[in-house]
Write a protein that binds this ligand. Structure first.
Ligand SMILES: *Cc1c(COP(=O)(O)O)cnc(C)c1O
Length: 396
């Protein structure tokens, strides 16, 4: 295939040519000093993207899911209690992983379309006077529902309850696309992967541990070998890995962080917000609604769009792939068949977003939904022009 449309799935995301080339390297001896010249800047770049000075970064050949496992197995012991809210497929999968590792999960059931309920976290933590709960899990951006949660609010809840639990954050679909402040929010472990905001192929689990999380590693008794950060830390001291590193991907990660920092993190976040706002304008013009229940919850990386009752939202994704060679995301779990998702993170421009909106319109008209061709495109064009036109006027 030599002609390809952009994808509109919330990961893996579109890859800039320059990053693909950076990840495609000739074989390099990972025990040579050359490797350190890739590893060091990659780790330092990730720290900047996470807005942390205090944390230590560990990158494994894996995916975001392996990052979850790295977080829990390095810091917890069999039978430990952890607190997590379930409000989508990804928060659910992390809970499931904890249970399979023999952890006791206190689950806060929350609405799919709502965010992490900080008040419920506080209530439960305040009630745990024996401090049995060792960790609090939060999914920053629930990719299944297009909902962003307020991590600062969860931190305030933990502090208000005067609870010593660690704070673990799944930032797989937020980090490098939406603001993430590891130090300011006192996040103890942050988890992401290479194939979303970092615009690389899948293959890296990217984790960061606060000093407090590192202290917990010493007493944690869950079995771990491949994901043991102590082995990783010892090897990093010699610019090496405990096993064969994914050198090409790490080289891609080094360049990815350079690109993000050169664009400016705040500009990267503003670009995601602008593109997402245009897509949301289109959704409004179609007369459809987002799964996310209120504006403060809107994700700038993925929109889950509800289709009318009785309509199978999955048919949109199937038809778009078959007829127009364009990928959108299906609804997962509780919202399967009820929503389709437009992923809008990573390497994306206003113009690319317009092509996705235009395609979604063709598909919905093909399938008989009551939508006028061009309505969403026009709404997004208005939104994107506004920002640009005022810039041009200011420059004149
Ligand atoms: C994609 C995603 C994951 C899973 O990551 P993999 O790299 O597929 O293992 C976990 N959490 C969230 C929020 C995600 O979007």
């Amino acid at each position: 295939m030599y002609m390809q449309n952009p994808v509109f799935i919330p990961g893996p995301t579109n890859m800039p040519e320059i990053l693909r080339k950076a990840a495609d390297m000739p074989t390099l001896d990972h025990r040579s000093p050359l490797f350190g010249e890739i590893l060091r800047p990659a780790l330092a770049g990730v720290k900047k993207v996470l807005k942390t000075e205090a944390a230590s970064v560990y990158v494994f050949p894996s995916t975001g899911t392996g990052g979850w496992e790295t977080a829990i197995t390095n810091t917890l012991s069999p039978g430990d209690r952890v607190l997590a809210a379930r409000y989508g497929m990804f928060s659910q999968r992390w809970i499931d992983m904890c249970q399979r590792h023999g952890l006791k999960v206190d689950i806060i059931e929350a609405a799919w379309g709502g965010g992490a309920p900080a008040d419920r976290y506080e209530e439960i933590l305040a009630g745990d006077t024996a401090h049995e709960i060792k960790a609090v899990l939060v999914t920053h951006n629930e990719t299944a529902t297009g909902v962003k949660s307020d991590i600062a609010a969860v931190r305030r809840a933990i502090d208000a309850a005067r609870h010593p639990a660690l704070l673990f954050v799944d930032g797989v679909s937020s980090i490098a696309s939406m603001d993430f402040r590891m130090d300011e929010w006192s996040v103890d472990i942050a988890v992401t992967g290479s194939q979303k905001g970092f615009m690389l192929p899948a293959g890296l689990a990217i984790t960061a541990f606060s000093p407090k999380a590192l202290a917990a590693v010493e007493t944690a008794r869950l079995p771990r070998t491949f994901f043991d950060i102590r082995d990783m830390a010892r090897s990093y001291a010699n610019n090496a890995y405990p096993y064969t590193p994914a050198v090409g991907l790490l080289n891609g990660l080094k360049l990815s962080t350079e690109l993000l920092l050169a664009e400016g993190l705040e500009n990267v976040f503003a670009r995601h917000r602008r593109i997402a706002s245009g897509i949301r304008a289109a959704v409004r013009a179609w007369g459809l609604e987002l799964c996310a229940r209120s504006e403060d919850l809107y994700s700038d990386t993925v929109s889950a769009i509800r289709t009318p009752d009785g309509f199978d939202a999955t048919s949109i994704v199937a038809h778009a792939a078959k007829t127009y060679d364009v990928a959108f995301g299906v609804g997962l779990g509780e919202v399967a068949g009820k929503v389709f998702r437009i992923g809008h993170l990573g390497s994306l421009t206003d113009v690319m977003a317009l092509s996705g909106i235009a395609t979604a319109e063709m598909v919905m008209v093909d399938l008989g939904l009551n939508i006028r061709l061009g309505s969403g495109v026009a709404a997004a064009q208005d939104y994107y022009r506004d920002g640009r036109a005022s810039k041009i006027q200011a420059a004149a």
